[in-house]
Design a protein around this ligand. Structure first.
Ligand code: NAD
Length: 256
């Protein structure tokens, strides 16, 4: 309770999955939450659900690949809630899963546009508002795929490696402004991104799921809340000495 009391948080890609859980937990901890997504019905339903519970939330349609839209929406959030303290760069896509020599330029560009350029745009346009608030916390959703390789999704790996270092660079640049920048590195989490990929398989994904579970020493996949609580920590003043860090929440995937 109240770990984020008085703070205003933007969460991109907050209609589903990890972003949704993060929006819920942050609102429950006292933050005013701006739910940003391209999915209007789901985003509006989440904001209505939160406000119906007496929490502070509002939905904005925002495609993070559009700089004009990102700048406008972040300005509207800061005006509506009076300030900005937290940005969670969560919106992401998994993209093409095929060997590098088969990936098209369009497939490559699509993943970088959302996962890298979107993080750049949101960070760029949040900084003036965070500075005005006297500091803040920016959290990039990287991945275990930003730390170690796997033989599946080259554009995604490249994008998650990029945001890992974008967090460290901006941690250095904005430390004098008391703006902390960190990355979170989830293992496989049961969200639409993962569950839809599994259910698209011929056997409904049962065998692939078992294979994924086996990669996590704790013996199961993660839940969105496992990541949301990490984001709450990094957004809160409990993490006031934490910047440029990698918070790995992966059931032990990268421990081997
Ligand atoms: P998801 O696909 O379940 O949800 C992603 C959300 O982002 C959706 O609501 C979608 O509409 C939104 N989105 C997509 N493109 C957007 C755009 N251009 N502008 C605004 N919103 C957009 O994904 P998830 O599993 O919840 O993943 C969230 C983040 O965590 C992603 O960055 C993902 O790469 C990362 N991540 C996920 C896992 C996992 O196992 N689920 C593991 C590691 C990292």
């Amino acid at each position: 309770m109240d770990r984020l009391k008085g703070k205003v948080a933007i969460i991109t890609g907050a209609a589903l999955g990890i972003g949704r859980a993060t929006a819920v937990r942050m609102a429950e901890e006292g933050a005013s939450v701006a739910v940003l997504d391209m999915l209007v019905a789901e985003g509006e339903a989440l904001a209505a659900d939160l406000t119906g519970r007496g929490l502070s939330a509002r939905f904005w349609r925002c495609d993070v690949t559009s700089e004009v839209e990102v700048e406008r929406v972040i300005g509207e959030v800061a005006a509506a809630f009076g300030r900005l303290d937290v940005l969670v760069n969560n919106a992401g896509v998994s993209g093409a899963s095929k060997p590098t020599h088969e990936v098209t330029e369009a497939e490559w560009d699509f993943v970088q546009a959302v996962n890298v350029k979107g993080v750049f745009f949101c960070t760029k346009h949040a900084i003036p508002h965070l500075r005005a608030a006297g500091g803040g916390s920016i959290i990039h959703l990287s991945s275990i795929y930003g730390l170690v390789g796997a033989a599946d999704a080259p554009p995604y790996h490249a994008s998650k490696g990029a945001v890992r270092l974008m967090a460290k660079t901006d941690a250095m640049i904005y430390a004098p402004d008391r703006i902390r920048v960190n990355s979170i590195h989830p293992g496989f989490i049961q969200t639409p991104m993962v569950l839809n990929a599994l259910s698209a398989q011929e056997d409904g994904g049962a065998e692939a799921r078992e294979g994924l579970v086996a990669l996590h020493p704790l013996g199961h996949l993660g839940d969105p809340d496992d990541i949301a609580w990490g984001a709450v920590y990094l957004a809160s003043d409990e993490a006031r000495f934490v910047t440029g860090a990698e918070l790995v929440i992966d059931g032990g995937y990268t421990a081997r």
